[in-house]
Design a binder for this molecule. Structure first.
Ligand SMILES: Cc1cc2nc3c(=O)[nH]c(=O)nc-3n(C[C@H](O)[C@H](O)[C@H](O)COP(=O)(O)OP(=O)(O)OC[C@H]3O[C@@H](n4cnc5c(N)ncnc54)[C@H](O)[C@@H]3O)c2cc1C
Length: 613
């Protein structure tokens, strides 16, 4: 078991000399370190600020959530958002062994092929593509087709996939279990059929490189055990007995240490704080930053890598002037429409409003590891912009995008991203919009009522934000400004999304199940809907990214194709912050793939060439 390990003593940890030190034992940090520890000749040290929550039901039970709970969540908030009524939007991030994979919403998916292929355009490295990443997505995954996929609209009447019929794209032997839900409400089928009627196809194979359409999302749930499958419970547990693998929890890295020599900057270790004391620990080969999209740029800046002017203003000596650090922040922004359903229609709301039903479900979970406590919402829809709006409206939106691009876009990286997005807006195979159907009420639901809420989000937003330090103190959270809705294009697309969701609820068979729309007020005028968006939109927690973007130095990038920080010899970044452009998917599988690919790159580099005389 993974939970009976005595915590390491920070002093003892710091006296070991490591080959690699990994900062952050989150999704990518744990996956990478566990893979590196497979090589017994390497000594690997990981430092994680949070604690281990092995076998904690609040983490493990799929229907439970620890988002907002400071024991598990950094609870970051944005700066006051000018275009969202001055709100400070909450931005959760996992603070625990396993990082955000321990608190996330469990959706397991991939974006479409052209989105991964764009990474090679932005990074200039052809190995970062769909073809280059697919083997690593598979390597992370243990796909289970049981229970099967019962969604309406799967072609040829094939309602379910059976285990001998798994397409090549899925992975079978990886650490992370990917499974289908075991419980579906009737309203889920109604939503899927309604979307089919509106021309949205059911996608039976959303992992195939075409992630558009409505689909039954896979979830990172070990279906046999009925528990969350995440970095700590899988990658970490399988390596915990290795003598060459040391993972220190409850320890905060405060700075990266560099050699005082000429030439490219060489990392020699890190400074960390544990039990109120500061320690130094050293790495012979490399230091890897895997602290996530918020704290990776923070640690770079604290260590002297970033925009010279900004570093100077905080009294930090610049070691590498790299203005891209902390820039380019991109986040999915969502706004929801809630519908009250007619009496007697079952949803997750029953767990809230019927104590006897909830007790029965707890009993079912205890005895079978199934039932509603092991279930999550599962109907995800990804639509191209072209599929969302009329041709006239598409032209209007594109004109707005072009105008804002022309007047507001700065820097080569953003221009390249915009060119990609501009093309995708007019094509069918990359989504701009995501709809997540929740079988529950989330805006002040009343007792004894059931709801469907459809969250709609722009997944290739044009607004760009930033993450920067405000002090030399590593314990003060950096300032996170996602600049939500700072481009009117994003606001206008969200308006169209809300109108589309309203149309869905007015279309059969869903329409017959709906009693009334509760939020926003039905028949709102466009300007009222826009006010609703500014007042209530929130994140879907994908915070990508790009705050240490993989792109050339001239373009404003932070790492190169080998994930090395520009201007350094041996400091890499391996986490969501390297993703150079926002993706139309939930990010965890992509992050695991980045870690798997990085592990291979690093291991291969240290294999001694065999004498072939
Ligand atoms: C609430 C929420 C819901 C989500 N839902 C989904 C979903 O349903 N599907 C999906 O695919 N994706 C989802 N995501 C996104 C996905 O989980 C993340 O993109 C992914 O886990 C990020 O991995 P990472 O390695 O970049 O960062 P993280 O996993 O966040 O890891 C960073 C780690 O570094 C540690 N750390 C930070 N600073 C320091 C320091 N100074 N010293 C030591 N340690 C430090 C942190 O504590 C953390 O453990 C969700 C994310 C959140 C937050």
């Amino acid at each position: 078991s993974c939970d009976n390990q005595a915590p390491l003593d920070p002093g003892r940890f710091s006296r070991i000399e490591y080959d690699y030190i990994i900062i952050g034992g989150g999704t990518a940090g744990i996956a990478l370190s566990a893979r590196l520890a497979e090589d017994p000749s390497l000594v690997i040290g990981v430092i994680e600020a949070g604690t281990s929550h092995a076998e904690d039901p609040l983490v493990d039970i799929p229907s439970s959530s620890v988002v907002g709970n400071a024991t598990y969540d950094w609870n970051f908030v944005s700066t006051s958002q000018r275009h969202a009524q001055g709100r400070r939007v909450s931005l959760p991030r996992g603070k625990m062994l396993g990082g955000s994979s321990g608190i996330n919403g469990l959706a397991w998916g991939r974006a479409s092929k052209p989105e991964y292929d764009s990474w090679s355009v932005l990074s200039g490295d052809g190995t970062w593509s769909w073809k280059g990443l697919l083997p690593y997505m598979q390597k992370a995954e243990n796909f289970s087709a049981v229970p099967t996929n019962p969604y309406p609209g799967i072609s040829g009447g094939q309602k379910a996939r059976v285990s001998h019929d798994i397409p090549q794209e899925d992975g079978y032997n990886g650490p992370i279990h990917a499974s289908y839900n075991s419980v579906y409400f009737q309203v889920v089928s109604a939503v899927v059929e309604t979307l089919n009627g509106l021309g949205v196809k059911t996608n039976a194979e959303p992992q195939s490189g075409d992630a558009t359409g409505v689909f039954n999302t896979l979830v990172s749930v070990d279906r046999e055990e009925g528990v969350r499958s995440y970095a700590a419970s899988t990658y970490y547990c399988s390596r915990i007995a290795n003598r060459n693998y040391r993972v220190l929890t409850d320890a905060m890295v405060t700075k990266i240490l560099f050699a005082k020599s000429e030439g490219p900057l060489t990392a020699i270790g890190v400074e960390f704080s544990a039990n109120g004391q500061l320690f130094n620990v050293f790495a012979k080969k490399e230091v890897v930053l895997a602290a996530g999209a918020v704290q990776t740029p923070q640690l770079l800046e604290l260590s002297g890598i970033g925009n010279r002017t900004l570093l100077q203003s905080h009294g930090i000596t610049t070691l590498v002037d790299l203005p891209g650090v902390g820039e380019n922040l991109q986040e999915h922004l969502f706004s929801g429409v809630q519908f009250k359903l007619k009496q007697g229609i079952q949803t997750f709301d029953l767990l809230r409003s019927d104590p006897a039903f909830a007790a029965e479900q707890r009993q079912i979970y205890q005895s079978t590891r199934g039932g509603l406590l092991a279930a999550t919402d599962n109907a995800f829809t990804f639509l191209s912009l072209k599929g969302l709006v009329s041709e006239d409206r598409l032209h209007e939106l594109l004109a707005l995008f072009d105008l804002e691009d022309h007047t507001k876009s700065t820097g080569p990286l953003l221009r390249k991203q915009n060119a990609l997005n501009r093309r995708w807006f007019t094509e069918d195979n990359v989504a701009t919009v995501e709809l997540i159907q929740l079988s529950r009420g989330i805006f002040n639901p009343t007792p004894n009522s059931s709801y469907v809420t459809i969250q709609g989000g722009i997944v290739h937003p044009s607004s760009r934000g930033s993450v920067h330090i405000t002090t030399q103190d590593a314990f003060v959270a950096p300032e996170i400004d996602p600049a939500f809705l700072s481009r009117d294009f994003d606001t206008e697309v969200l308006l169209d999304i809300i109108k589309y969701i309203q149309l869905v609820a007015q279309t059969e068979p869903l329409a017959s199940m709906v009693e009334e729309q509760t939020d926003p007020v039905p028949d709102s005028a466009d300007d009222e809907i826009i006010r609703y968006i500014r007042a209530g939109s929130g994140v879907c927690d994908e915070m990508v990214h790009g705050t240490a973007a993989m792109a050339s130095r001239e373009d404003g990038g932070v790492v190169d194709g080998s994930l090395r920080v520009h201007g350094t010899a041996n400091l890499r970044v391996v986490d969501a912050s390297i993703i150079p452009i926002q993706m139309a998917c939930h990010t965890q599988q992509t992050v695991y793939a980045i870690a798997e690919k990085a592990a291979d790159m690093i291991k291969n580099q240290h294999i001694k060439p065999k004498y072939s005389g």
